[in-house]
Design a protein around this ligand. Structure first.
Ligand SMILES: Cc1cc2nc3c(=O)[nH]c(=O)nc-3n(C[C@H](O)[C@H](O)[C@H](O)COP(=O)(O)OP(=O)(O)OC[C@H]3O[C@@H](n4cnc5c(N)ncnc54)[C@H](O)[C@@H]3O)c2cc1C
Length: 306
């Protein structure tokens, strides 16, 4: 008997979709191989009712709530490959192969750590990607933004809402257009264009940024957007990606370019956050449920007529 849906990935997106499908009485297998994107973070914020919850606890609560729904199975297992077509997928797990009518990808994105000395260790502790997630706790402190291109220069404007002390570091990687320099000046945002040599930290807390000429700029919190990539499974599936590398989905159904394979969560948008990931995957779950219910009920009635 095939699963109605195999969900790949058990972060906020996968857990939320499993809940919606379980409540809709669909037979679901949720496979998760960890680690999640926010594994380095101490607390999850900006998710109403869960503000300040450690990521591990968020997952445990999710598993406890899913245990109430007998048609949902949760396994700590990696999905290695997916073959077959809509209605009859073979999902190869590390341990065995299962059949599924549909697949929902909730595999998140991989953040590629920058080569800058100390970046990996400070990620999630003093280096963050989102001020809504971690800005409040460090408001009014000395903040920096590591800009990677001209297109990223609008991002630090909003940081001024959390602190008056914002420095934008370009690392001499690109030229800053004059209108943007003027805007930074008007808002009291400082611009530092010299190359960055290293991050200076004490006990996993950032203290300053050292430039290539030896100057140190005090900085306690750094925002950055390292490059992201899809996990190997998604790349191997050959689903269509947009120009930034996110999975293209139909805005309503959340189906990818491969019929029968859907996607929800970080992997299909640069607008990333736990509650946003949960919302998009619940939308996918609702669309999947609608489609499967029509299909299964029609087959049931036709079977009864024979
Ligand atoms: C440091 C940091 C801190 C953050 N803090 C916050 C915050 O405070 N608030 C907030 O709203 N957002 C925060 N975010 C963003 C948030 O973590 C993501 O938006 C959210 O986790 C996305 O959920 P997701 O389910 O799409 O992906 P993920 O949470 O990344 O989950 C994807 C899961 O899929 C699994 N997986 C991948 N491939 C396979 C496979 N082949 N087989 C089985 N499993 C697989 C992964 O191991 C992972 O467990 C933070 C992000 C970072 C990097």
């Amino acid at each position: 008997m095939p699963y109605d849906v195999v969900i790949v990935g058990g972060g906020p997106a996968g857990l939320s979709a499993a809940l919606a499908l379980g409540r809709a009485r669909k037979r679901v297998l949720l496979c998760d191989a960890g680690p999640r994107r926010n594994a380095a973070a101490e607390h999850l914020h900006n998710f109403v009712t869960r503000d300040g919850t450690p990521p591990r606890e968020f997952r445990e609560i999710g598993h406890r709530q899913l245990a109430e729904y007998s048609s949902v199975e949760v396994r700590d297992v990696r999905v290695e490959a997916i073959t077959g077509t809509r209605g009859a997928f073979q999902v190869k797990l590390k341990t065995n192969t299962v059949e599924a009518r549909r697949v929902l990808l909730c595999t998140g994105m991989i953040d590629e750590m920058l080569g800058l000395d100390g970046f990996r260790e400070l990620w999630g502790h003093s280096i963050f990607q989102c001020p809504y997630c971690h800005g409040w706790e460090v408001r009014d402190r000395k903040w920096g933004y590591l800009a990677r291109g001209v297109e990223s220069l609008h991002f630090p404007l909003q940081l001024r809402g959390w602190t008056r002390d914002v420095v934008v570091f370009t690392g001499a990687a690109f030229d800053v257009p004059e209108p943007m320099r003027a805007r930074f000046g008007e808002m009291g945002i400082r611009l530092e264009t010299r190359p960055v040599a290293r991050l200076v930290a004490h006990e996993n807390r950032l203290e300053s940024i050292e430039l290539s000429d030896g100057t140190t700029i005090p900085c306690e919190v750094l925002f950055a957007h390292p490059p992201q990539r899809q996990v190997d499974l998604v790349r191997a599936l050959g689903v269509g990606l947009d120009e930034e590398g996110y999975v293209r989905v139909d805005p309503m159904t959340r189906e990818t370019s491969v019929p029968g394979i859907y996607a929800g969560g970080d992997l299909q948008t640069r607008m990333q956050g736990a509650i946003i990931a949960a919302a998009s995957s619940v939308q996918a779950a609702a669309m999947l449920n609608h489609e499967l219910t029509v299909e299964l009920a029609t087959a049931e009635v036709a079977g009864g007529r024979e």
